[in-house]
Design a protein around this ligand. Structure first.
Ligand SMILES: Cc1cc2nc3c(=O)[nH]c(=O)nc-3n(C[C@H](O)[C@H](O)[C@H](O)COP(=O)(O)O)c2cc1C
Length: 170
């Protein structure tokens, strides 16, 4: 299995970078061949990967344009399996749940509406400005493990399909 992690951030050593690396490490530990890339760099063709993980911070209520443009210029990752994560302050537990849920749903949807592939997972992480939040780093390692399980399931389904067996996500 091969996974491509595409993310961007305005901060070289910011939360989104740390979370993208944490997810990449968890995928590698789970035996997935993971490649991490930022849209401004020459990234490999997503079509050569079994799973695409797309991540962006939210600044001024919006995801990063570079990440949305990457999705758009790759035909919305149509036909691919896609996992999406965002980092933002709105995920803070200090914000009352009804408001928090409404805001993070809106943020997540602003990325998801660009995706034409199959969204197999999505996650919102609480960002930070200076020091990393250890609980968020634990959370991203856990989400990385969840992605490994999803990737393994996809791989099993694909080999079932190639043997002409009926496919089922159940
Ligand atoms: C200039 C700026 C604008 C931000 N705007 C928002 C916002 O509109 N909503 C939100 O929930 N968080 C907002 N945040 C918080 C960021 O999403 C959070 O700090 C995230 O970790 C940033 O990712 P980075 O560390 O990779 O830069 C903002 C942060 C900055 C610095």
């Amino acid at each position: 299995m091969r996974a491509l992690i595409i993310y961007d951030s305005k901060h070289e050593a910011g939360a989104t970078h740390a979370i993208a690396e944490c997810i990449t490490n968890a995928l590698r530990e789970g035996g997935i061949e993971a490649t991490i890339c930022r849209p401004k760099d020459p990234c490999p063709n997503p079509r050569n990967f079994d799973l695409i993980v797309v991540g962006t911070p939210i600044y001024y209520e919006r995801p990063m344009r570079s990440v949305l443009e990457f999705i758009d210029r790759n035909d919305g990752l149509r036909g691919l399996k896609v996992a999406v994560f965002i980092t933002c302050f709105a995920a803070s537990k200090k914000i009352p749940a009804p408001i928090r849920n409404a805001v993070i749903r809106r943020y997540l949807n602003s990325v998801l509406k660009h995706v034409k592939g199959e969204v197999v997972a999505s996650k919102v992480f609480k960002g930070w400005i200076r020091s990393p939040d250890p609980s968020v780093l634990e959370e991203c390692a856990e989400w990385g493990k969840t992605l490994v399980k999803i990737a393994q399931k996809l791989s099993a389904l694909a080999s079932k399909g190639s043997r002409g067996e009926e496919l089922s996500y159940a």
